[in-house]
Design a protein around this ligand. Structure first.
Ligand SMILES: [Fe+2]
Length: 266
């Protein structure tokens, strides 16, 4: 059983790289379940449209996770109610549209739980993420409700992500961070068997400032004349990880980061 996870897809160039490569990679690496974070997939680099989601599902993506930008495209709050494969953070206020968790079927017939959480530090206001995680672990049982569990922790700071990794250690197949758009180099299997990576990085043009046009972003920091952030359009790097799972206990057997094409391979 192999899980492929790709970090935040940013704008047109991020989508183009996914369209160009995903099917081939999935075939070549014998992937059974694919999760991508799609919260920056829209042309503007914020939010995700129905068309963006459908394009990803048609490529073989099983579940799309999101984060702080989930509602940035107006149509999403309605679309998410009819598409259970599109998740928003579980710890948004409880009256928010959509869901933050679902159980899906992998191509090889296993039940895979996917949980989307969002950090509390330097992020939009949402429910206490550790309280929600505690409630989740009280409600669902690993290996009873699902064979494998993937947790996307969308957050800004490394300590919060590591702490959540330890919280889920032995109770999830994978806990992977998203949101910073910078891949970290700490991919490993934790003591009790959960694959962990602080941040998967983005699928976007790295000749940029976290996927946005670098000159415009720098001008904003310099308080010079600038426009609203807009995505860089050079060739994107695909960034994420692949987990090989132990089918007898649902935990990770092997995990490795995945970097393909664009600026990061130069
Ligand atoms: Fe984000």
């Amino acid at each position: 059983m192999k899980i492929f996870f790709l970090g935040d897809i940013v704008g047109k160039s991020g989508r183009a790289a996914v369209v160009k490569n995903l099917k081939n990679i999935a075939q070549e690496k014998k992937i059974d379940f694919i999760v991508v974070n799609g919260e920056n997939a829209a042309d503007q680099g914020v939010g995700i449209t129905e068309a963006n989601s459908k394009e990803l599902f048609n490529l073989g993506v099983d579940v799309i996770t999101t984060g702080n930008h989930v509602w940035d495209q107006k149509e999403t709050s309605q679309y998410i109610e009819s598409e259970t494969r599109l998740l928003r953070p579980e710890n948004l206020p409880s009256n928010s549209p959509g869901k933050g968790f679902g159980i899906y079927h992998s191509k090889n017939g296993y039940k895979v739980g996917v949980l989307n959480l969002m950090g509390n530090v330097f992020m939009k206001k949402c429910e206490d993420v550790f309280e929600i995680a505690k409630l989740f672990l009280g409600k669902y049982k690993f290996r009873e409700d699902y064979d494998f569990l993937i947790v996307d922790f969308h957050g800004e700071i490394t300590s919060e992500k590591m702490a959540m990794g330890y919280f889920f250690d032995g109770k999830a197949t994978l806990l992977v961070g998203t949101h910073t758009h910078i891949p970290t180099n700490d991919c490993r299997i934790l003591t009790n068997g959960t694959a962990y990576l602080t941040d998967a990085g983005m699928c976007g043009d790295y000749d940029s400032v976290i996927g946005m046009n670098k000159i415009n972003s720098l001008n904003r920091f310099l308080k010079k004349e600038s426009k609203k952030h807009y995505p860089a359009e050079g060739e994107a790097t695909l960034s994420g990880l692949i987990v090989e799972c132990n089918t007898s206990n649902g935990l990770a057997k092997k995990v490795e980061t995945f970097i393909h094409g664009g600026e990061l391979t130069k």
